[in-house]
Design a protein around this ligand. Structure first.
Ligand code: SF4
Length: 359
């Protein structure tokens, strides 16, 4: 069996692990510095850490477990990475360039059980949760790529919006956040981290209670239950009323702005009447809500959905604004590569299935 990765330990957990084995607390800080500041890729490179300590670490841990399988670069600087996990599964990670910095979109599960009808990722049922280490390592792999590119670029923002439902892997997601925002390590500011959920109401409340101080985005995608159940089957179990109650709980508890994600699907949910209905739904919470409109990226697997016309996107946006609801249209990245979430991974899996190769 392969050894676990050091990336899965919070600084507190690493300190405790070392102290329980007779090492002093400051050793954990040294190891942490090698991992996240000097960004070594093996324990043997931790030259200033006492040899007894590195020998012990080598016995129980490794640094990373992911291997890069494919990299697709877009003309706008977006890079899609496909990583192979130790068990052979593939996951996708995306680096995006913005005016405000570099953001990385991470995956939290192999496949997804939520089954949103427009999503390339949701076609493949969840086979397992990612460990905290596997999520942290996605950031590290991207950062190492930037380091090797010769500049001094840093990952400044993280969006937990890749394949999987992060709240269905809550503990590992929470450890991941604790690790990447630790000011002695990567020190990604909590306000620069956004976790996106399909709307697991109970976990939204738990997230509010835990208060990891990061941002929350909720995928709504429809202004009423009939339409939302058609697009997202999770709505059968957690209808809009229940979701809104959880959102209100979160807003009251944290007083922090929330993003409502709304994917625009041509002639499905993109008409002015839908915008009016959505504005009505947001009305009582508009002070702390921003609606993010996402023009749909068509994928072969979901030919029933098309991209909205530009005129419909503009009309939807204008209606929200006129209704006094804060609203934005998501800028697109990597449209010349497999831009939709999960697209690169599902293509590779199909190739491997037809070649009879899963490893
Ligand atoms: S959109 Fe997100 S939650 Fe929905 S099926 Fe895809 S990965 Fe899962």
């Amino acid at each position: 069996m392969s050894k676990p990765s050091l990336y899965g330990l919070t600084l507190d957990a690493l300190s405790q692990w070392l102290m329980e084995r007779g090492h002093r607390k400051f050793r954990a800080g040294q190891v942490w510095d090698y991992l996240y500041r000097k960004r070594v890729v093996s324990i043997d490179e931790m030259a200033e850490v006492h040899a007894d300590c590195t020998a012990l670490l080598n016995e129980h841990f490794t640094v990373g477990t992911l291997t890069e399988h494919t990299r697709q670069e877009s003309a706008d600087g977006t890079i899609k990475f496909l990583f192979r996990l130790v068990d052979g599964n593939l996951i996708e990670t995306v680096l995006m360039r913005h005016k405000f910095g570099l953001s990385v979109c991470v995956t939290t599960q192999v496949g997804c059980n939520i089954g949103c009808s427009f999503c390339a990722s949701g076609l493949l049922a969840k086979s397992r949760d990612l460990s905290a280490a596997e999520v942290v390592e996605q950031i590290m792999k991207v950062q190492l790529h930037l380091d090797q590119s010769g500049g001094d670029e840093r990952v400044t923002h993280i969006v937990v919006m890749g394949i999987g439902e992060p709240f269905d892997n809550y503990e590992n997601m929470a450890d991941f956040i604790t690790i990447v925002k630790d000011h002695k390590g990567l020190a990604i500011g909590p306000r620069h981290i956004t976790v996106s959920t399909s709307g697991l109401a109970g976990k939204i409340k738990e997230f509010a209670d835990n208060d990891l101080s990061v941002n929350l985005a909720v995928s709504l995608h429809a202004p009423n239950n009939e339409l939302r159940t058609r697009i997202m089957k999770i709505n059968k179990a957690i209808p809009i009323e229940k979701l809104m109650e959880a959102i209100d709980y979160y807003l009251e508890k944290t007083n922090r702005r929330i993003t409502i994600e709304y994917i625009l699907l041509k002639d499905v949910n993109d008409r002015v009447e839908h915008a009016l209905e959505l504005a009505e739904l947001m009305r009582d919470r508009s002070r702390l809500v921003n609606v993010n409109l996402i023009p749909y990226n068509p994928v072969d697997e979901h030919s029933q959905y098309q991209r909205s016309e530009q005129a419909s996107i503009t009309a939807f946006y204008d209606t929200m604004k006129k209704q006094g609801i804060s609203c934005s249209v998501r800028l697109e990245h990597g449209t010349d590569i497999d831009a939709a979430c999960g697209q690169l991974r599902s293509k590779q899996i199909k190739r491997e299935d037809s070649a009879g190769n899963t490893g």
